[in-house]
Design a protein around this ligand. Structure first.
Ligand code: NAD
Ligand code: ZN
Length: 379
């Protein structure tokens, strides 16, 4: 490769300060160092997490920064010690990694890698504490180790899943974060059996992905729960058979669900981030076998309160991070589920814009119009 070992100049969307529109700038991208890979991004999508850290309300402000973490790309060059990837490989960057050596990576049950677990405050590479992005020599910070709002980016090899090169990157790029999170919460953690009843709390992209997992599991009844009645129409495409709006009832929604289902649902997956929905999701599962899974990220001071008897009567409460998928080991298989036409990704992609219109993608998400908006790097 002619560019290997050299600085690449390319376009990136830089967030200079909190809440201000991103600006497309020419940035310098340094070559990958030990255990790093430089990736040419072809498609990137926008997720709420990008918006949260751009707004930086309550989060540590790290600016100027290149956001972005849902994407698909091709390896341009690799740094010293990288043996699993080579130029030309197709990859999905992931905000949380898999070093394959720590206790978590060696455990079959965990995906919370000690070395490469998500760190939202770090704006530099873990190898040398430096940024690989500069503008006129001045550093621009990274975001969750991925910074995909750039034509080229540098990523630790442990945060890249090598996928089938036949897979269309403009579709599978959305498996980098939210869709895998919801899907895995159902398939890997809630594990509903065929014919069961599943309640999904929160019908955003993550909840609809959890619903897709329920559909794939053969659930016969899928109850969507959301405060926004407009969410039902879209949810029907994902297999939603019943819709409950907690606002329409004077009693707690867990009681409404128990009445609808002869004692409770078999599985519940919470994808709202609101503590009252978390408690309802747990309390609406059937005694004896019901399992509830928490996915949403609550306010840091939120406290979960329930009666211990709810556990003693054999209900289970679990939580999950990135759908329990190990990024390098498991994501290639999720891509194959799409290739076999089991998993439907198209219905999540509501919009597509050229990269130069990235601020439009933010507007679409902020106004609640988009589930996923794909940005094309090549116009
Ligand atoms: P979203 O905002 O698009 O969707 C949330 C939905 O929940 C909305 O439709 C909203 O109307 C609904 N809602 C809010 N409060 C409710 C309540 N009390 N009862 C019922 N419905 C309610 O969000 P999203 O992008 O789909 O993400 C969902 C959650 O998943 C967020 O909290 C996000 O931070 C979290 N998340 C977790 C992980 C993880 O690894 N655990 C990864 C990604 C995202
Ligand atoms: Zn690890």
């Amino acid at each position: 490769m002619a560019t290997a070992g050299k600085v690449i100049k390319c376009k990136a969307a830089v967030a200079w300060e909190a809440g201000k529109p991103l600006s497309i700038e020419e940035v310098e991208v340094a070559p990958p160092q030990a255990m790093e890979v430089r990736v040419k991004i072809l498609f990137t999508a926008l997720c709420h997490t990008d918006v949260y850290f751009w707004e930086a309300k309550g989060q540590t402000p790290v600016f100027p920064r290149i956001l972005g973490h849902e994407a698909g790309g091709i390896v341009e060059s690799v740094g010293e010690g990288v043996t699993e990837l080579a130029p030309g490989d197709h990859v999905l960057p992931v905000f949380t990694g898999e070093c394959k050596e720590c206790a978590h990576c060696k455990s079959e049950e965990s995906n919370m890698c000690d070395l490469l677990r998500i760190n939202v405050d770090r704006g530099v590479m873990i190898g040398d504490g430096q940024s690989r992005f500069t503008i006129n020599g001045k550093p621009i910070f990274h975001f969750v180790g991925t910074s995909t709002f750039s034509e080229y980016t540098v990523i630790h090899v442990g945060c890249l899943a090598k996928i089938n090169p036949e897979a269309p990157l403009d579709k599978v790029c959305i498996l980098s974060c939210g869709i895998s999170t919801g899907l895995g919460a159902t398939l890997n953690v809630a594990k509903p059996t065929k014919g069961s009843t599943v309640a999904i709390f929160g019908l955003g992209a993550v909840g609809l992905a959890a619903m897709e997992g329920a559909r794939l599991s053969g659930a016969s009844r899928i109850i969507g729960v959301d405060l926004n009645p407009a969410k039902y129409e879209q949810a029907k495409k994902f297999g939603c058979t019943d819709f409950v709006n907690p606002k329409n009832y004077s009693k707690p929604v867990q009681e409404v669900l128990a009445e609808m289902t002869n004692g409770g649902v078999d599985r519940a997956v919470e994808c709202t981030g609101h503590i009252d929905a978390m408690i309802s999701a747990f309390e609406c599962v059937h005694d004896g076998w019901g399992v509830a899974v928490l996915v949403g990220v609550p306010h840091k001071d939120a406290v979960f309160k329930t009666y211990p008897i709810n556990f003693l009567s054999e209900r289970t409460l679990k939580g999950t991070f990135f759908g329990n998928y190990k990024p390098r080991t498991d994501l290639p298989n999720v891509v194959e589920m799409y290739m076999r036409k089991e998993l439907e990704l198209e219905k999540f992609i509501t919009h597509s814009v050229p990269f130069s219109q990235i601020n439009k993608a933010f507007d679409l998400m902020l106004s609640g119009q988009s589930l996923r908006c794909i940005m094309r790097m090549e116009e």
